[in-house]
Design a protein around this ligand. Structure first.
Ligand SMILES: [Zn+2]
Length: 865
């Protein structure tokens, strides 16, 4: 599953959502997570106060056949399950199934009713007709009604709800949302719509017969083996998957989707469906969104030397989805944020998420983590697949850049939520497993392991792990043993510190030369918090560049102590020394060396992160010829360095250093092929000493003509920074003919500088054109309105409760998520204003009263929530 990290992006970009999140951790005094930490009874024995074991297998599921139909108006599923199972080892005369909030009408076997107990609405306990041994299969039939909306549900930040089965707009009351049904199983929610052993270490083959009105399309796991018209305009689709998978991967979706067909040809020449299920209006965008999928299947199959194992690979986009995306076997669900037109796709695409879910079909679906504590066996690999795809498709720089974003995600998540072992046996809630450790950190750990073992051993190790454990559940030791098998090395040291330990490395280095100048001494200090984090064993490299040499000398070292010194012979003057030149360590590294060394590193390293750090450090340390350095960075082969160069030119006052610099900025602003770079140039361009008129003209041209939304929006805010009046005038002049995305930018401008008359624009956008705004766009419009309104005279705020009530009633799932934060933001802003008024003797009593009334009204909006 991929989380809706999108929200973080929105959060970051909406400055007005005053969030208390601090991103800098206290490096040397790191918080520890949760009370489950080991308690010592004596020095040698440690006992966990909490241990989340894998589910004990009393019964093995063998085959699950479901026949389902729907009562759309009540949001019920009417089901009949034919379940084949057997005792796992010990003979048994009963079976216990997870079944959440159902109405069970009958359980039978060979036509005879069985006795069952179902008093807690959670576990269905069935007494079989006799005792069975582990070599005897039995089949029972359960007739039931699933009522997902009548259960008390909960959720988490990662997966917003555990309802399992979702009826979206089932009565068609909302004309803007296509009625649909879909499911979300992970972690243990599929037992809301069929009785099963809802644990990741249980596996079963599957059949699903879905009866719906003929106008609907259905999707489930496996092959569609028949589709039969019934009486009364109904149709039954029969989906069948002959390979076993875990119950949380079962999936079903129903709606009037369009199917855009694609395919993948396996090595043996056979072909499988790779179809995209989208709402009809997105039919033409589907290939632009998902079109790389067949190439990804091919690449991952080759990399793992293991053919894609399942019958097909279909992807579907649903409304009001509760997470980012989910790797249901062969039938992956995405939230509707992936709907993007060609202009949006210029700025960003969802290939990382597509790769992530696809890679799960080996790591997660084929071999499944045996318990949620072992979730990194699913998620770290899916996370790392994003790196693998970027590396293959876009090159190492892009992959390394995205890896930096991921590692930052881990640092932030850990600083915020605390540190824990990657394989986290003592979590408090299984949903907590879906965090920056299991995903981001795990991905970086796999990258380190790959660097340590080498590509051949690493990928062969993955193949060994997958082939040895296919169609079963695994724990972290299976992974270790696969790598040990292949490499011949005992890898407990690596797994202990990275998979079974917590934290990350913080390294400080400095260097000195001996008196004769022919030996360089490198001092290395591990400065992570030693109370909670281990002293790591770190095999790595040191690169030493000497004058005149075209390549660095590479020295292999292993750091094992808190403080260590390594010395190396050098025959020429050294011009740079760098630890971890391949940039693979999960580490914050602080190298104490001269600016000239960093300058040299920028020009001579071939790794993105080395070069980025070198550029920043060289400039901050006032290296020689900073102008040339920035000019070269503006012309770098990798877009992110070019974009950073613009920001650095601005930060170090180099924008007008010479005509060359100015020309380079203008050239990149107009002609760079990456929208991120053109976008980054906007602010630097406004700082040039060209005439105000010229700058306003050029920015206006960009606002009207650049194909990228990001550039248009950034050009607009740069223009407003230059001249608020001009920005407002342009916004007003283009408002009437502006396309939808430009309207959002105009709203952003008005939120910052709009005057009283702009109220009509906002009211039109919100009340009359609300169907234009969905997801992030809808949240943005709401917050732009709020910011705008809070800037106006007190009298103009009266519309605020009406607008908020409108969003409360009509807002989509994104608004729901941000709504109370929005109201809270209004309340705290108004309270602040009120206390200022109260402390001001000259203030108008009428204003005080207006604010007090408004606060009361806003308070009642949240109360009724
Ligand atoms: Zn995932």
């Amino acid at each position: 599953m991929k989380l809706k990290l999108l929200f973080l992006t929105i959060l970051n970009s909406l400055a007005m959502i005053a969030s208390p999140i601090t991103t800098m951790e206290d490096e040397f005094n790191t918080p520890t997570h949760n009370p489950g930490v080991a308690q010592s009874f004596d020095d040698s024995v440690k006992v966990r106060s909490i241990y989340n074991a894998s589910r004990t297998l009393l019964t093995d599921l063998i085959h699950t056949k479901l026949e389902v139909s729907f009562d759309w108006s009540n949001a019920y599923l009417i089901g009949r399950e034919t379940l084949t199972a057997k005792p796992h080892f010990y003979p048994s005369d009963s079976i216990i199934l997870d079944a959440k909030g159902m109405e069970i009408s009958k359980v039978s076997m060979n036509g005879i009713d069985l006795i069952y107990k179902y008093d807690d609405g959670l576990k269905l306990k069935v007494k079989l007709d006799r005792e069975y041994t582990s070599s005897e299969e039995y089949t029972l039939i359960i007739e039931y009604v699933a009522k997902p909306n009548e259960r008390e549900t909960s959720g988490s930040a990662a997966i917003l709800s555990d309802k399992g089965l979702y009826f979206i707009n089932p009565k068609g009351e909302d004309p803007n949302v296509m009625p649909q049904i879909w499911t979300q199983g992970e972690t243990e929610s599929n037992s809301v719509w069929f009785p099963t052993i809802d644990a990741p270490n249980s596996k079963t083959t599957q059949e699903l017969l879905i009866t719906v009105k003929d106008k609907y399309v259905t999707l489930s796991n496996g092959d569609l083996i028949s589709s039969k018209k019934q009486k009364n305009g109904l149709r039954t689709d029969h989906w069948k998957q002959d390979l076993p998978h875990a119950p949380y991967l079962f999936m079903m979706a129903v709606g009037e989707f369009s199917i855009v067909k694609d395919s993948f040809t396996k090595k043996d020449g056979s072909s499988i469906d790779v179809n995209y299920y989208v709402e009809p209006e997105y039919k033409d965008d589907a290939r632009a969104i998902f079109g790389e999928t067949p190439a990804m299947i091919k690449y991952f199959s080759e990399l793992l030397d293991l053919e894609y194992p399942w019958d097909k690979y279909n992807q579907i986009v649903v409304r009001d989805y509760v997470s980012g995306a989910m790797e249901n076997t062969g039938a992956v669900i995405f939230g509707d944020y992936v709907y993007k037109d060609s202009s949006e796709l210029l700025d960003n695409n969802d290939q990382s998420t597509i790769a992530h879910e696809l890679f799960h079909h080996w790591f997660g679906d084929l071999v499944t983590c045996e318990s949620w504590a072992n979730l990194p066996l699913n998620e770290s690999f899916a996370n790392y697949s994003q790196y693998l795809w970027d590396e293959f498709r876009y090159g190492a720089d892009e992959a390394d850049y995205q890896a930096e974003v991921e590692v930052e995600g881990y640092y932030q998540s850990a600083a915020y939520q605390g540190y824990h072992d990657l394989i986290w046996y003592d979590y408090l809630d299984k949903e907590d497993m879906f965090d920056g450790h299991s995903y981001n950190k795990g991905g970086r750990i796999l990258h380190m392991l790959r660097a340590y073992l080498g590509d051949d051993a690493f990928f062969l190790g993955l193949n060994r792990y997958l082939t040895k454990n296919k169609f079963t559940a695994a724990e972290v030791h299976h992974l270790r043993m696969a790598f040990e098998d292949v490499s011949g090395e005992d890898l407990n040291w690596f797994f202990d510190q990275w998979f079974l330990g917590k934290g990350h490395l913080i390294l400080f280095t400095d260097y000195e030369l001996n008196e004769d100048g022919n030996e360089v001494i490198l001092n290395i200090l591990q400065r992570q918090n030693k109370e909670d984090f281990p002293v790591y064993r770190i095999p790595t490299e040191v690169a030493i560049w000497t004058e005149g040499a075209s390549n660095a000398d590479i020295h292999k070292i292993t750091i094992e102590e808190v403080s260590e010194t390594f010395s190396f012979r050098v025959s020429e003057k050294i011009v740079n020394i760098q630890i971890d030149p391949k940039q693979v360590l999960l580490a914050k590294v602080f190298e104490d060396k001269p600016a000239a060394f960093f300058r040299h590193q920028f020009y001579h390293s071939d790794k993105y992160r080395s070069r980025k750090v070198a550029l920043e450090r060289a400039l901050s340390m006032h290296c020689d010829d900073p102008k040339d350095l920035v000019l070269d960075a503006l012309d770098d082969k990798f877009w992110e360095i070019r974009a950073s160069a613009a920001e650095l030119a601005l930060r170090y006052g180099l924008v007008n250093a010479n005509a060359q610099m100015q020309n380079a900025i203008i050239d990149k602003l107009e002609n760079d092929s990456k929208s991120q770079v053109r976008s980054a140039m906007c602010a630097a361009y406004t700082a040039t000493d060209l005439s105000l008129d010229e700058k306003l003209q050029k920015l206006k041209q960009l606002i009207l003509n650049d194909p990228s939304r990001m550039v248009r929006s950034n050009a607009f805010s740069s223009l407003v920074d230059l001249d608020e009046g001009a920005g407002l005038a342009i916004a007003r002049s283009i408002q009437k003919d502006a396309g939808d995305d430009l309207l959002l930018t105009i709203a952003e401008v008005y939120s910052a500088v709009g005057e009283e008359q702009e109220r009509l624009f906002f009211e039109d956008m919100i009340f009359n054109q609300s169907d234009k705004w969905q997801n992030e766009g809808e949240v943005r419009m709401m917050f732009y309105y709020i910011t705008y309104t809070l800037r106006q005279d007190i009298g103009l705020r009266k519309k605020l409760p009406e607008v908020l009530n409108f969003y409360k009633k009509n807002g989509g799932s994104y608004v729901k998520m941000y709504f109370s934060r929005a109201v809270q933001y209004c309340i705290s802003s108004l309270q602040e204003e009120l206390s200022m008024l109260n402390s001001d003797a000259d203030s108008d009593n009428k204003d005080v009263k207006t604010l007090e009334d408004l606060l009361l009204e806003l308070g009642s909006i949240t109360e009724n929530e």
